[in-house]
Write a protein that binds this ligand. Structure first.
Ligand code: FAD
Length: 823
């Protein structure tokens, strides 16, 4: 018994010391006490001698001189050569954003109070009124079919409406004539518009994301602010921003567009300026733009600026009417109809003052872009993706309840329940992640890693939502026309996947391979110390960091083992976590596992991190699941913990953790250093990966979503749904209500049809017959007749005469085609 108590106490002391990052000295004392106790009890066998030896070594390691000589310097020398250099563009990208909740997840011991401090969705009265007023009105006016098929352009009246109502200047401060809206308000406005027209939202989204407006607001000279911002806010200037070129897509920093500082003539006077040559493509709004934001590499061979020949990436503002600027033709991205096209220029002379921020900002373009992107990527695409998930869920749950086959609403069939459950889960989770991230940005954060993971995760899940919606609608979703509410989103999905950092790159390179550097508590600082040109200072800084890092690693090894074998029962949860305490504990437990695997991945892959993208992609997925789970738990609290949402939160949490485990399993199974994989496996997944939510849980959440009411409204909040039945989305809602109201009468009718008392063929009126035969009351018959007409409209698809579908190329197009053929 005494032995057992001694063993238990020793084990507890070991875990407590390790998990609390004890110093060498504390370890030395602990091992000495342990060994002494052993010796008192057992005499002096060989391994007691071993205990004293370990205690002695630990004590020696705690002596500063010995530690420096035998631990720090060998590690410093070994790592100095192994750690890859960080390029200037990488450094600028790394330093551009902020680390927040991502760093907490990387720490293995997230401080939940920090997450809880993120504000819930908060709008000013003015922002709320804008969402309910002009935004609602814009949605009513947007005719997606007219835009993407008939006009293949945005109509003038829509441009006028968005300009007159300030939509184009949401991010521009009030002082400069804009609306000065918070990130949360911008996100909600964009989401609502996107839920009506995925093409239409682009003209609002682009001026309110990375481009001239934001760049001038943050970095512009006083003159640029005073001149351009009010004009941009009122739509008197239409901006576009050109970074991508034919040879520089994902690797945008490798651009061949060049500006040379030189003297030239402007308005009859010789002046210092830049001779620019560029070739850019895929530029959204370029065909309509009056103001071109251009990224190029600036050279100064005659050293006019006094900063040597290579000044660096620079951003300038060029009026599209300026001599030599080529613009105007269009791409047709995925058949969607927003303006997008190339722009070129050769030896175009522009003034130094046209550099955003003036000549002082020459060469700072990459840093400026990365800084804006870190925040901007958190707004537009997550907003439109979450809105798409919510809209697809709302429309599809309605359709699945209305549409019957085999005598049943298709939503009641288990096969359909599966994709419906995915839709419901994604609608809840993406909205949760959108809202919390927008709140972080509203509070001034520039969450670089979070924005990257949210970008790829939300657009990827948007694609899954649209595909699920299409599958559930069958032919009704495929046949395009004015009544099709899926095809517009379907066309735009690849655009979201590709822009603002194509998803494959963002997942496999940016989120973890670069994210680890930013969010890891020690890594970036250690690399900086290793690369410090002052070796003494470098060694000193490195020693402190290395000490902390070693304790951090050991804490994660023991913490992961402890929490995984005890199923997270002792993991931390925030105060008053209520009915969600167990999921908070699981989040805490998972964060420990993540911290451990992340640390070993970074330490053992080192410079290979950028090429081992299948591993870094999975690590990004694991981090994304932790972020999603955090968001879901936070949303539940922010929404006031509605009892009706509890099962859905459980469902999301279970799936997040199952996907998290699967991602880590993939990393461990494929880890190149097999010895490390053998260690990580039992520590992280001692009992294997957790299971996803059950089929029964899926049925519960789907049945709740198929029912009109508060749960469904909360799930699909802040999207546009028309009120009347003239529009397909309004018709769906009204019909859904009617389906529910007529359920009992329908059952009676179905029974009579099954029994052969009433015949349902196109050549007869079976409802009238059921009324006449007393199967239905007169009132029931009237309601069912109405419902039959409404259902017929809901399931109807559009058709066209051959002439309506004929493409009519105009003369200019025909000439252009000949021109291309001749080339
Ligand atoms: C509709 C539309 C609108 C756009 N609007 C604008 C705009 O307004 N302004 C602007 O400047 N640009 C714009 N873009 C450009 C957009 O940002 C680029 O398309 C994007 O950066 C990808 O470049 P790319 O298409 O040349 O693909 P590529 O760079 O050729 O990439 C092809 C594939 O390889 C992957 N890949 C590339 N490098 C890596 C790597 N190191 N590791 C892993 N995977 C990698 C990518 O993820 C991608 O899947 C727009 C593009 C589209 C389609």
């Amino acid at each position: 018994m005494t032995e057992l108590i001694f063993a238990a106490l020793s084990l507890a002391a070991f875990f407590a010391l390790a998990m609390n990052r004890a110093s060498f000295r504390s370890w030395a004392v602990a091992v000495a006490i342990f060994t002494l106790a052993l010796q008192i009890g057992l005499g002096f066998p060989f391994w007691t001698f071993l205990g004293w030896l370990i205690a002695g070594l630990l004590f020696a390691a705690s002596m500063p001189e010995l530690k420096r000589q035998y631990l720090t310097l060998p590690a410093y020398r070994a790592l100095k050569g192994a750690v890859p250099a960080i390029s200037e563009t990488e450094r600028e990208a790394l330093e551009a954003g902020t680390a927040g909740w991502d760093a907490e997840l990387f720490s293995g011991t997230p401080d939940f109070a920090k997450l809880r401090r993120v504000a819930p969705i908060t709008l000013t009265d003015e922002e709320r009124a804008f969402l309910d007023g002009p935004t609602e009105e814009l949605c009513k006016r947007l005719d997606d079919w007219h835009i993407r098929h008939e006009l293949r352009d945005i109509p003038d009246d829509i441009w006028r409406f968005v300009s007159d109502n300030g939509f184009l200047g949401m991010l521009i401060s009030k002082e400069h004539g804009g609306l000065g809206f918070s990130a949360q308000a911008q996100s909600l406005v964009l989401g609502k518009i996107a839920s009506k027209s995925a093409s239409g939202v682009t003209i609002v989204m682009v001026p309110n994301s990375l481009g001239p407006g934001e760049l001038i607001e943050k970095y512009g000279t006083e003159h640029q602010k005073a001149h351009f911002l009010p004009r941009l806010a009122k739509g008197e200037e239409i901006p576009c921003f050109a970074l991508t070129g034919p040879f520089s897509g994902s690797d945008a920093a490798a651009m061949r567009d060049v500006g040379v500082v030189t003297k030239g003539m402007h308005e009859g006077k010789e002046t210092l300026g830049i001779k620019l040559t560029w070739d850019k493509r895929y530029i959204t709004l370029a065909p309509n733009a009056t103001l071109l934001g251009l990224a190029f590499r600036l050279l100064d061979p005659e050293n006019h600026l006094g900063r040597g020949e290579e000044v660096g990436i620079t951003l300038a503002l060029i009026p599209t009417g300026h001599e030599g600027v080529e613009i105007g033709r269009r791409h047709l991205p995925a058949g969607a109809a927003f303006p997008n096209g190339p722009t070129r220029g050769r030896d175009v002379f522009v003034l130094m003052d046209w550099i955003i921020g003036g000549p002082d900002r020459a060469g700072q373009g990459w840093r400026m872009l990365m800084s804006c992107l870190a925040a901007g990527r958190s707004i537009s695409l997550p907003a439109t993706s979450a809105a798409c998930a919510k809209a697809m869920t709302r429309r599809t749950t309605a359709y699945a309840r209305i549409r019957k086959q085999f005598g049943l609403p298709i939503g009641y069939m288990e096969g359909v329940e599966e994709p419906l459950a995915r839709l419901v889960e994604n609608a809840y989770g993406l909205e949760a992640a959108r809202a919390i991230t927008a709140s972080m940005v509203s509070a001034g954060e520039k969450p670089a890693v979070i924005s990257a993971l949210l970008k790829y995760m939300s657009t990827d899940r948007m694609r899954a939502c649209v595909n699920d919606a299409l599958d559930i609608h069958g032919g009704r979703g495929i046949c395009d026309g004015p009544s099709n509410y899926i095809q517009g989103a379907y066309q735009m999905v690849p655009v979201g996947i590709t822009v603002e950092g194509a998803n494959i790159l963002t997942r496999t390179l940016i989120t973890f391979a670069q994210g680890a550097l930013r969010s890891h508590p020690y890594l970036f600082a250690e690399i900086e110390a290793l690369q410090d040109s002052d070796t003494d200072r470098g060694v000193e800084t490195f020693e402190t960091l290395f000490d902390d890092h070693r304790a951090f690693l050991f804490a994660n090894v023991t913490g992961a083992l402890f929490h995984n074998v005890t199923f997270g029962a002792f993991a931390t949860a925030p105060q008053n976590a209520g009915d969600m305490k167990r999921w908070w504990r699981q989040l805490s437990r998972a964060s420990r596992s993540f911290a451990l695997v992340a640390d070993l991945t970074v330490a053992l892959l080192g410079g290979g991190l950028k090429v081992k993208q299948k591993l870094t992609g999975r690590m990004a997925d694991a981090l994304a699941e932790l972020y999603l789970l955090s968001s879901v738990l936070k949303r539940y609290e922010d929404d006031g913990r509605p009892a009706a949402d509890r099962k859905l939160v459980d469902y999301c949490a279970r799936n997040c953790l199952a996907r998290f485990d699967a991602a880590l399993r993939g990393v461990i199974d494929n880890f190149p250093a097999r010895w490390a994989a053998w260690i990580m496996g039992p520590l992280v997944l001692p009992f294997g990966a957790r299971r996803p939510a059950s089929d029964k849980d899926a049925k519960t959440i789907v049945r709740a979503a198929l029912q009109p009411g508060a749960f469904r409204d909360r799930l699909t909040r802040d999207i546009y749904t028309s009120e009347g039945t003239a529009d397909a989305t309004g018709l769906l809602e009204t019909t859904l209500e009617k389906v529910v109201a007529c359920e009992e009468a329908e059952k009676k009718l179905e029974r009579a049809i099954r029994q052969g008392d009433v015949k349902r063929f196109h050549d007869r009126d079976w409802i009238k017959e059921a009324g006449e035969k007393g199967v239905l009351t007169a009132e029931e018959a009237r309601a069912l007749a109405d419902l039959r007409d409404m259902v017929a409209r809901v399931i109807a698809v559009d058709d066209f005469s051959a002439a309506e579908l004929e493409l009519k190329p105009n003369e200019e197009d025909a000439n252009q085609k000949q021109h291309i053929a001749a080339e």
